[in-house]
Design a binder for this molecule. Structure first.
Ligand code: NAD
Length: 299
């Protein structure tokens, strides 16, 4: 692995996790954000990750402290990327913000620096030109709570250099991720290309009153041997996120069943505080949901 110095741009939910995970695996990491207030918030956020690494990964106090020591915090972009082999961008999911960022970054970063976007819904080809170095640019997409959900979807755009693609795959392994290469651009990467239509199909069975969540989940679990059905997965995703996805489809298509579904999620779940696993109730009640009981699959 010839990358040594990594800069993470944007130190919010995902950026702070990416920075800490990368430092935990021994890299020197610079955290860049727009001002010192944002960096202060990032420092608090990252400090809160330390006990989670101890709990979930069995890391020692020395290890979590040493990881933190490998972080440097900067709010001047040129300074933050002066030595960077790789910049991982995790700034807001807004086209104009990202375009402006890549335009500035392309001007101040050394020629050797590779850029990777963690964008969930935007494609790297949308920003390739703004970077000024399309061959050194691609997507490197992590999942929330990256130290446990350690997928890294690595996606080329048509102009990405083949060696850069391979190097970023190696880097993902080096920071403890399971690399999942995508050789072509695909909105939603692999996971959401599978998951979103699957969840949509389950929700349609519910909104058309074909069946109820427990029966639908039971069918999927017995029929495929999967440990969770779609409604149990929706409780993990969170009903707010599910509602946002459905609302975007309503806006794009005006579909009546999607409208009904958006309304159902809002009135029966969100308005009643049933936001999924995080709030103790969604389609199921936690911590002992019916689908996890031994007789669920029997009757
Ligand atoms: P967030 O809102 O938590 O954090 C964004 C950070 O970017 C903030 O610290 C903000 O101060 C900073 N910022 C704003 N403008 C900036 C700029 N011009 N330059 C540098 N920093 C700037 O967002 P997030 O949830 O961490 O998402 C960031 C990116 O990661 C998005 O592209 C999103 O699609 C992607 N992502 C998010 C998740 C998730 O579960 N939250 C999962 C995978 C990917």
């Amino acid at each position: 692995m010839h990358y040594k110095n990594i800069t993470v741009a944007g130190s919010g939910v995902l950026g702070s996790q990416i920075a800490y995970q990368t430092a935990f695996k021994g890299f020197a990491v610079t955290v860049y954000d727009i001002n010192d207030d944002a960096l202060k918030i990032a420092q608090d956020r990252i400090t809160k990750l330390k006990p989670l690494y101890q709990q979930d990964l069995g890391a020692t106090q020395e290890q979590v402290d040493a990881a933190y020591e490998r972080l440097t915090f900067k709010s001047d972009l040129a300074d933050a990327v002066a030595n960077a082999d790789l910049v991982i961008e995790a700034i807001p999911e807004v086209v104009q913000i990202k375009t402006d960022f890549y335009t500035s970054l392309g001007k101040v970063a050394p020629e050797k620096t590779i850029f990777a976007t963690n964008s969930s819904t935007l494609l790297p080809s949308q920003f390739a030109e703004a970077t000024g170095r399309p061959e050194k640019f691609l997507a490197l997409h992590f999942a929330n709570t990256i130290w446990k959900n350690n997928t890294a979807e690595i996606m080329k755009h048509p102009g990405t250099d083949a060696q850069v693609f391979e190097d970023v795959i190696e880097f993902a392994k080096a920071i403890g991720m399971v690399p999942l290469p995508l050789h072509k651009e695909q909105p939603g990467y692999i996971l959401n290309s599978l998951l979103v239509p699957f969840l949509d199909a389950a929700e349609m069975l519910l909104v058309k009153e074909v069946s109820d969540p427990e029966t639908i989940d039971k069918t999927w679990m017995i029929g495929t041997g999967a440990p969770l059905g779609p409604f149990a997965i929706l409780d993990i995703v969170g009903i707010n996120t599910a509602h946002n996805i459905v609302s975007a489809k309503v806006a794009a298509t005006g579909d009546d069943n999607m409208k009904k579904l958006a309304n159902l999620l809002k009135t029966e779940y969100i308005d009643k505080g049933k936001l999924g696993r995080a709030t103790g109730e969604g389609f199921y009640k936690y911590p002992n949901p019916s689908f996890a009981k031994p007789d669920f699959l029997k009757g």
